[in-house]
Design a protein around this ligand. Sequence first.
Ligand code: SF4
Length: 539
Amino acid sequence: MKIAAHTLGCKLNYAETSDLLRRFSTLGHTIVDFHQAADLYIINTCTVTAVAEKKCRTIIRQAHRLNPDAQIAVIGCFAQVAAADIERIPGVTLVLGNDRKHLLPEIVGTLPASGGNPGNQQSNICTAPDGQQTDTTNKKDLQDFQDLAKRETGGDMPKFPLQYSSGDRTRTFFKIQDGCDYFCTYCAIPFARGRSRSATIEETLCMARRIADEGAKEVVLTGVNTGTFGQMDRRHPAGTTHPEPMDRRHPAGTTDTPEPMDRRHPAGTPHPEPMDRRHLAGTTDTPEPMDRRHPAGTTDTPEPMDRRHPAGTPHSEPFLDLLRGLDQIDGIQRYRISSIEPNLLTDDIIDFVASSRAFLPHFHIPLQAGSDHVLQLMHRRYDTALYRAKLERIKAVMPDACIAADVMAGFNGENEEEFAKVLSFIDSLPISYLHVFTYSDRPGTAALRLGEKIPIPVRHEHTARLLELSEKKHNEFISSQIGKTRPVLWESKPVENATLMEGWTDNYIRLSRPYDPALVATITLETITPDNLVRKTID
Ligand code: SF4
């Protein structure tokens, strides 16, 4: 069977698609470019914004035009939250949410030989069997699917599939965590990807050794909320989607009531990150996982929710211990942490990165808003003071570190007064560049009912001004690095008619040099100059 795939969204999706294609290849299928005629098109979708969902629909239609007889499997976040809508798109034959998409290679074997759903018959559709998002018109396929899931997992509990991308000897995206327990008010990801979960440190290191054996030089640790690695909320089975009404803190119809508490930890929310009540909120961390729904000093109730761990042995392993273990694996020369929430980026982690063998001085720390009022409406778990403190700590121990920040433009409450604070706050920080997203309402999220709505044209104007600021910050960062010598990992693909090759410095500056096949996947020390600098869009 010829199989083509298209991935939308984040690095996690890329790791998952790559893993699926590798498994299809092992089963004897041929992987072809997405623009070619294929027997099966896999579209790994994203739901982070309304724009992302629109792109998903466009790609599905494109696949159907490429081969109207092909099977089209739509998987991932958008598939999880809008399966019923996706089923109606002509050509779609399979819709799998996040909790089952890793079973796709086995499920495809149960599908009829010819695909296509041109008449909107909705035949052969099967979806995530939690029944929340959609029903199915083909009960047999669904039953097969559920049986398959049980065989795979040894029960009802999906195990955590460690996955990684391949295809390039230089860089691999390694999924070490999935899901999120935070429920930021604008975000549908916890509903699309379920609660935070991960494998054990031992299992994760085992997979990292395999990645090293396959020759990867740089590993990017990816996850939805990577810093919650190892922290499992045992009251909710790992891998389940959130079964309750979407916003448990704000019943439908109520307005938001910003709590006069610690705004980094909204009342009633789970608190999965390492915390110690003997330390004042916002001070340095200690490794015990606490839960604010349990009174200080009491222990957590020992439900044996995670079947991989016997009753009474909670799966709670510090993220920092994982980093220490990874640093000792031979063969992997570089690690980047794809993203980590500021409240989870402890001083211990920062200091470890600064002194480690292989972790690079490159951080991606979501900010989302540079106004405490807006952060509060978002129910983020930090304020601007904490964010500033983290960046100052990084720069104190790694002065040349690259620091990227996600920022959302036009969220509720971001009026001109608040937006001026956002711009001023970002400008005052040692941020190297921004990933800017325009806020859009996500169905079912608490933000639909919160605060002052910002008109859509104003959201776009804020986006444009943030992008301008990002450009300025990036130029400042690059200028500060001119003349410095940094290690560069050279990539395998030649560019510009094979005359040049490119690679990233440890602190994420793109350089080029004349192509030399002997240098592919090797690291050399290079002095950054205006001539070898590659000005390109940051990915
Ligand atoms: S931390 Fe917040 S923004 Fe990030 S995935 Fe979780 S809920 Fe969404």
